[in-house]
Design a protein around this ligand. Structure first.
Ligand SMILES: [Zn+2]
Length: 261
């Protein structure tokens, strides 16, 4: 039921509106927000699920990949949709969960040439790719455009998350990418980290609480959580303003910055 005084579906969101410091004010901010989720895989699935359930009004889902049977162990929003494009499948899931949410589907791979067009005009970027190159492209573009970004990555029982609103950024921690391979992943690890990304995005939008300071590292095999202090890296080419645009040359092999300004 929608209340007489606002357009908010008070029944749907009652359990979050009843939180005294959340209320209808925060709910309205969520309903007006525009969030882009890059990747509808292991991290993107829980992130999209909780952002949509919470009533984030506009979700852009970017994924060029197709749902495979081996994805369903962790990418639970794609249930029953093997063979679908993942962004299309995510839209189908969200529309059946919460009709308040408008989903825009982009069946694209993030590249230096399209990243600005894809992420501009969004309030938050939720970074859920499975490769370092996309993380670096997103980090650099978010800093240049001054859009908050919530990063996460997973490996077996482990994960990390970082919320980047200004310096330090992802490149302050990782100036270049290590060699990568397809990791084993426990599905619930993706669930934990993707859920953390959703709640971080909600806090950025509503202004409630404090986002992760530094780098959060999680080891679910031993159930240990670490908050690693991260200082701005003086030699970071992004935070020092030495790159002002996205250059293709900076995203080959290790993604080390070789072309400036
Ligand atoms: Zn930096």
């Amino acid at each position: 039921m929608r209340s007489m005084t606002s357009l908010i579906d008070a029944e749907r969101y009652s359990r979050q509106i009843m939180i005294s410091y959340f209320g209808e004010e925060a709910q309205e901010k969520l309903l007006k927000a525009k969030v882009v989720v890059i990747g509808a895989g292991g991290l993107g699935s829980p992130a999209i699920m909780y952002l949509a359930a919470a009533g984030v009004g506009k979700l852009t889902v970017v994924d060029f990949d197709t749902v495979e049977k081996s994805n369903l162990q962790r990418q639970v929003i794609h249930s029953g949709r093997i063979g679908w494009n993942k962004a299309e499948s995510a839209k189908e899931f969200v529309e059946s969960l919460n009709p308040d949410v408008k989903v825009k589907v982009l069946k694209e791979k993030i590249e230096p040439e399209n990243v600005v067009r894809i992420i501009e005009n969004h309030d938050v970027v939720v970074s859920c790719p499975d490769n370092f190159r996309t993380r670096f492209i997103l980090n650099d573009a978010c800093r240049i455009l001054d859009i908050p970004m919530v990063h996460a990555a997973i490996y077996e029982f482990e994960g990390e998350a970082m919320t980047i609103k200004h310096s330090p950024c992802y490149r302050c921690v990782y100036p270049a990418a290590p060699p990568s391979k397809v990791p084993g992943i426990i599905g619930a690890t993706a669930g934990v980290l993707g859920s953390i990304q959703a709640v971080e995005a909600m806090k950025i939008i509503t202004g409630i609480g404090n986002t992760i300071s530094g780098l959060l590292r999680i080891d679910l095999q031993n159930m240990e959580f670490f908050n690693i202090n991260v200082k701005p890296n003086e030699s970071c080419p992004v935070c020092s303003g030495r790159i002002k645009r996205i250059h293709l040359e900076n995203y080959s092999d290790s993604c080390k910055v070789v072309k400036f300004d």
